[in-house]
Design a protein around this ligand. Sequence first.
Ligand code: BGC
Length: 472
Amino acid sequence: MTDVPRDLLEQITQLENLFTVDTEKLKKITDHFVTELDKGLSKAGGSIPMNCTWVLDWPTGKEKGSFLALDMGGTNLRVAEITLDGKRGFDVTQSKYQIPNSLKTGTAEQLWDYVSDCLHKFLLSSCEDELKEPTEVCLGFTFSYPATQNAINHGVLQTWTKGFDISGVEGHDVVEQLGEALAKKNIPIKVTSVINDTTGTLCASNYVDPQTKMGIIFGTGCNAAYYEKVKNIPKLEGRLPSDIGPEDDMAINCEWGAFDNEHYILPYTTWDLKIDAESPRPGQQAFEKLIAGVYLGEIFRLVLVDLYNDGFLFEGKNIKSLETPNFLDASFLAQIEDDPWENLTETEILFVNKLDIATTESERKLIRRLAELIGTRSARLSACGVAAIAKKAGYTSCHAGADGSVFNKYPHFKARGAQALKEIFDWEMSDPKDYPIKVVPAEDGSGVGAALIAALTDARVSKGLSVGAKDQ
Ligand code: BGC
């Protein structure tokens, strides 16, 4: 960057110092992460919830049948009919509905009203035959927020994440709330299981690839699930029915976004702290706020606004749009990182079109470096979570099935994450294809995973086996 003026170069160096996480730090974070995963399973608990899911079986690959699935993520609502063919294959018919922004800060009643209307629309358009039957249609609900579960068909929302702030849901069972809304409208659907998207991803990926031992989402939010031996979950003591033994496995929805809520080890910048302070739930989801898609654009925006206010960028320009909170999302950074031109022409156009700001080439070099730093920090910190679960569960070689917009669409995210894993574990092989732990694209966890868990639940229930705690 020889042609960049000295003051901008100095700013770039400062940003590099603030956003770079070196190998030693990655290792320290990972070790602390392992301790925190353990704490979450203890009776006293810790920052990471480590939610018990009551998913007690691994898929066999032979699961069969058609299932209705509802997926409520951070951006969309999806309803699907999934047919599992019993040979590790499946077929999906689905409809997507955007979650209106107004709903994200509305009331429980508005939310469940909207969700049940979407389900009804789908039933009318795709499942007419089911509607003719006098019986209820069974639904697997993927609810991608932290929930305390006493059983597979019960989930009390602990806290909204990903910027959601809907009143009247936290502390309540979402299965019950959705059930009431459906009953009010006479929609013949019964929610038979509620799962997290990571648990679904774990099951769906394991169904097609038995080497998969973790399910991870790197998307609007960020989280992971894996199976833990029941004997290693002290907080279940006294709550286990007699047919669930110490050697059984239970899927744990880690909710690792809450790692380091006490701000002990992660390298926070002033911009991260500002995002936290101004979020609907300050002090929560500390790890997620550094790495998930919903925050990446905002971190970037805040840095640029500060550099403008300090007189380093966009001198004399009107930056009104840039000053609007949450104006940019992760796809904006992704486009900057994808710009193939040396003088960053696409970034120039992007800034004019989206923000009405004309940039100099030197400014664009800083902008590009900033996007790289934010994207790289996200990928490297994410790898600490993957490494921590592998260490905790004793996996020295496995696949982790990953899904989500950041994993699938953010440039270099996969390679940067793999590089960080190599550094954490001191792997010597040079080709990422040979790394023993690989994060690979997952199967559709929220749809296929929900269907699989519904099938596994049906099988348990028909054998008279428990799907919940004994105090249910
Ligand atoms: C939620 C998790 C979810 C993750 C990915 C987080 O904000 O708390 O439950 O798995 O986002 O969707």
